[in-house]
Structure formats: C-alpha cells, structure tokens
Design a protein around this ligand. Structure first.
Ligand SMILES: Nc1ncnc2c1ncn2[C@@H]1O[C@H](COP(=O)(O)OP(=O)(O)OP(=O)(O)O)[C@@H](O)[C@H]1O
Length: 368
C-alpha cells in the first residue's frame, strides 16, 4: 500500500467555454494527513474538491484514488464524503435521521445504524442528541452534525468546503481545534478549503496555496510562512515587507541602496530578485546603528505588539511588529539577521525552488 491516496496528473478544468479554472494541475495527497487548499475567491479550490468528489469532470488529465483512475467513477461510488459550507442538512429530519441517511441507503440493519450514529455523535461531542431537530441547534452544533454525517460512512477522505465560515470568531477558533483533533483521532485524510490564511496555518499538515487555477506553492505551514516562493504567496500568507533588490553574489543582496548578508545562494551574479522580511523579524534600534533607517508614519497598539510603519529614504514602506514603542515622526533604525532576509526569484518553478532550498541544507551538512 503506497502512502498516496489521491493524485492529480495534469488536470485542467474548464466549465463550458468559460476561461480555464484549473490549468494543468498536478499534486499528490498522502493518507492520514490534514491538507488545506488556500487561495483567494475564485482560484479553483472548490473545483478541486468537486473533481475529487465526482460532482464534476476534468476537461483533461487524470485523477487517481488509491492508484486507480477514477475519472469515470460516479460520485456515489467514491470513498469520499463532503462537508459543505452551508452543512446541507435535511431540515425535516432529526439529528439521528440526518446522520443515518447514507447508511439507510446502503440498507444497513437498524441495530448497526443505531450503533454507528451513536459512535459518530460521540466523536463530534454531541452524545445523546439523536432526537434533536436541526432547527433547534446552534450553528456550531449543526456543523458537528454535518461532520458526523460525513464520518459515519467511514470514508477514506473527508472534503470540507469552508465549513467554518458561517461561525462567529470564537466558535470558529474552537471548531478549528476540534476539527484538527478529530482528524488525528480518526486518522483519515481531510482536505479542507479556506481563504483564511491564519486558519490554514493553524490547522494543516500541508497547505496548497492556489492562485488563478495554479498551485503556487505546497508545503508545511512553517515552510510556506518562512520560505514563500514568490510575492503572491508572501503577501497572501501573513504580513510581509517585500522589496525589489539584486542578488550581488552568493550570500549577499542589495536593496534600499545597501548591501546585506543573507543565507541564499545559487543565483546568477547581479540577478534581479525580490526579498521578503517578516515584520516580527525587524528589531528596533537607535537611528544611527540601524541597518535600515526609517521615519515612523503610523503606530497601532495590537495587544501583544505595536504595529509600526515607516518610510526609508528610498520611499519603501516598512512594517514592524515590536514590543518597543515608537511614535509618529520618530527616526528609528531597524536591525535584522541574515536569516530574516528571504530571497525570491522571479518566475521560479516549485521544483527549482525546492531544489535550491535543499541545496542549502546539503551545504550545511557538508560544513560549508
Ligand atoms: N458550475 C460552474 N459553471 C461555470 N463556472 C463555474 C462553475 N463553478 C465554478 N465556476 C467558476 O470557476 C472559478 C473557480 O471557482 P471555485 O468555486 O472553484 O473557486 P473557489 O476558489 O472555491 O472560490 P470561493 O472561495 O469563492 O468559493 C470561478 O471563476 C467560478 O465562477
């Protein structure tokens, strides 16, 4: 048994004669992990779920489930269940019958149905709710019933299409933790769709960042946050300072009219690049000792830190998160280490990007 449960090979999707929604997309999903498809509205996230579930067909390319091509397998024969954004519960059926629905279609014996519904309800922390009517439940409870209805069929994969978006912030945080915990307890694959980057970072083993029908980058939350492949990902995942610069030589970049050490290598001498520095990696120092010098243009207290913006002498705006305060009009210096400077090449493919980053750790292992 391989670890890959779902594979997309060069999948393209176009609805009628509209523009292409997914453009030659390839990826692999491993068994037992929590995946998130993250991207702005309309980038094709739901379309990927619909292709996996069998609710729509690929225009070209192949989709595999457990190493078997499933392009022509109908939705009801696939071992996946979907939890929809609006939960899609049957309002005229009680909790028990909503959850039992799929089992009844399979003509399962009553005693078995009862046992399975009970087990599913206890999994989602709603024991004893069998007879409750759907309209007498809160949003969070309905959400749990929708999840119970998906897990009762014991699918190998659960698809979740923005399932938390209708909940208020507090409940949303709570359900994020519950869903993550549920996935671990069940040990099955979850594929979760969201356009909320914080949610993706908090919940996932692996994130696919999508834009305009393409996967821009895939990796663990830490990989994607720390080493974004391009401006789109850097901007979409968290707040960033992104400026244009030049890679002078290995481990040396120039931006804002000055040269700085970095940890990147393997580019052409004097190659134009962009750099990202996260706001929390900038440290406030005195103006004179600053590696960058800025004049503060705004300051907000955010509870755990101050959010400070300022302009350098080239007109670049810098965002700083610091526990130190600075006032509008102050001239301050900023300090950062070589690891804080993330260099991004223009139009680098994910394969080349991964190869480049791997070569850094090989270099470390060689003692270079
Ligand atoms: N059945 C359909 N017929 C025609 N176009 C469609 C259909 N479903 C989706 N689209 C189009 O495909 C594109 C991608 O839609 P999709 O729902 O996959 O995006 P998404 O990333 O899930 O967006 P959102 O976050 O807004 O749900 C959009 O431009 C959408 O209008």
């Amino acid at each position: 048994m391989t670890n890959t449960i779902i594979q997309f090979n060069n999948v393209t999707k176009q609805y009628d004669n509209d523009p292409v929604v997914l453009d030659n997309v390839s990826f692999e999903i491993e068994r037992g992990k929590f995946y998130t498809l993250l991207g702005p509205s309309g980038c094709g996230k739901t379309t990927i779920l619909r292709l996996i579930a069998g609710f729509t067909e690929a225009t070209s390319g192949d989709i595999y489930f457990d190493n078997k091509k499933i392009n022509d397998i109908p939705a009801n024969k696939r071992q996946v269940n979907t939890v929809f954004q609006d939960y899609a519960l049957f309002p005229h059926l009680n909790v028990f019958e909503n959850i039992a629905f799929g089992l009844r279609i399979k003509k399962m014996k009553n005693t078995e149905v009862e046992a399975k519904v009970k087990e599913a309800l206890s999994f989602v922390n709603l024991p004893g709710y069998e007879q409750r009517e759907i309209h007498d439940m809160s949003g969070g409870q309905r959400q749990r019933v929708a999840i119970a209805r998906a897990i009762v069929n014991e699918p190998e994969v659960i698809l979740l299409d923005e399932p938390l978006s209708a909940l208020d912030l507090k409940l949303r945080y709570q359900m994020q933790g519950e869903l993550r915990d549920l996935q671990r307890r069940l040990g099955i694959t979850f594929i979760f769709v969201t356009h909320d980057q914080e949610e993706a970072l908090a919940m996932s083993d692996e994130i696919f960042v999508l834009n305009k029908g393409n996967i821009q980058q895939s990796g663990t939350p830490i990989d994607i946050y720390d080493e974004p492949i391009n401006r789109f990902v850097a901007d979409f995942i968290g707040e960033s300072n992104i400026v244009k610069g030049t890679m002078i030589e290995d481990f040396l970049v120039e931006f804002g009219g000055k040269r700085f050490e970095c940890v990147d290598q393997g580019m052409h001498p004097n190659e134009p690049i962009e750099i990202v520095i996260r706001p929390e990696d900038l440290e406030i120092t005195s103006f004179d000792s600053g590696m960058l010098k800025i004049e503060v243009t705004s300051q907000l207290f955010r509870g755990v830190h101050y959010e400070i913006t300022g302009i350098d002498h080239d007109g670049n705006e810098w965002l700083v998160h610091s526990t130190k305060k600075a006032n509008v009009g102050d001239k301050i210096g900023l300090h950062f280490g070589p690891e804080a400077v993330h260099v991004m090449r223009f139009n680098e493919t994910e394969e080349d990007f991964d190869r480049r980053l791997d070569s850094y750790s090989e270099g470390e292992a060689d003692g270079k």
